[in-house]
Design a protein around this ligand. Structure first.
Ligand SMILES: [Fe+2]
Ligand SMILES: [Fe+2]
Length: 293
């Protein structure tokens, strides 16, 4: 448990060490270039999106009166800072594979998030942050629940990067909601932020995975389009009920029970289990992470 200047938040500031194999393929889930690139597209956004969340929270901090919430924001910022730095390391590998579209995608993200920070109100930026965090919570639950279907047989390091990120998204699920409620509150604007963040990120992600697949020579091939449609249909089917929760009046992320697998991941990390950096993706059906030899 972290002690941020006296107050314990229950959020840990972890520094992970992911060692990617030299010959790692951008289709790190060999059987699904489509899922690989959906995740790659998300990863490419992180070094722009997460610093934007950190900037918004940094400004919010000056207005927060509750010392416990303040301590949570500090741990939240520390976790998000680790996330985007780790994703940047992975993104550099993707760039080194020669994808020309990445520069343009990054330019667009940089423009959008700089503009939000410079021209939008703090209320908007915090509603966006809470919208993103609600989405991340739903996605985290889905990724863990469906870990074998999604990551089974995939590269252990990339799978571990993604699952670590979402274990921590689950761990800090209450922070953005707490800050938004503390400073502004209000159901309708929160929902506006949720819809805005979701549509903004989904529109970008769609552009990004199509661009990556195009450079692989796979898009707009019919086989790839069909595989992508099936993959997305499954994801939205799995995500639907989880994503509906933040739309309910009276929603609070604290009411969403953490998955046991995520709790076990945290416990294993506390024991110093370094297998969390390279999960055994052939045994993801097991109840706890990294328990295979
Ligand atoms: Fe994150
Ligand atoms: Fe987050």
């Amino acid at each position: 448990m972290t002690d941020t200047g006296k107050i314990k938040t229950g959020m840990e500031r972890r520094v992970m060490t992911f060692e990617y194999p030299d010959d790692i393929h951008p289709h790190w889930k060999q059987t699904s270039p489509e899922f690989s690139h959906i995740v790659n597209a998300g990863s490419l956004a992180m070094p722009f999106l997460e610093p934007y969340l950190i900037r918004s929270m940094g400004i919010a901090k000056k207005h927060i009166k509750d010392p416990k919430l303040l301590a949570e924001v500090e741990d939240y910022i520390a976790q998000e800072a680790q996330h985007f730095q780790q994703h940047r390391r992975f993104n550099d590998i993707l760039k080194a594979r020669g994808y020309r579209c990445i520069d343009q995608l990054e330019e667009q993200l940089k423009r959008d998030y700089t503009k939000f920070s410079q021209t939008r109100s703090l209320k908007f930026n915090l509603a966006y942050a809470e919208g993103f965090e609600s989405m991340a919570l739903a996605i985290g639950h889905m990724l863990i629940e469906r870990r074998d279907e999604l990551f089974g047989g995939a590269d252990p390091t990339v799978s571990s990067l993604v699952l670590w990120h979402f274990v921590e998204e689950i761990e800090h699920k209450n922070v953005a909601f707490g800050v938004y409620e503390h400073l502004y509150g209000g159901y309708f604007y929160r929902i506006f932020g949720l819809l805005y963040a979701t549509l903004h990120i989904f529109a970008y992600t769609g552009r990004a995975y199509r661009a990556l697949l195009r450079e692989d020579g796979l898009w707009p091939g019919l086989k790839t389009k069909w595989a992508m449609w099936k993959q997305l249909a499954k994801i939205f089917w799995w995500l639907g009920p989880k994503f509906a929760k933040p739309f309910m009046p009276g929603y609070h992320p604290a009411k969403v029970q953490d998955p046991q697998w995520a709790k076990d991941w945290v416990a294993l990390h506390e024991q110093g289990d370094d297998r969390l950096n390279h999960l055994d993706t052939d045994h993801l059906t097991q109840a706890s992470p990294a328990v295979a030899a």
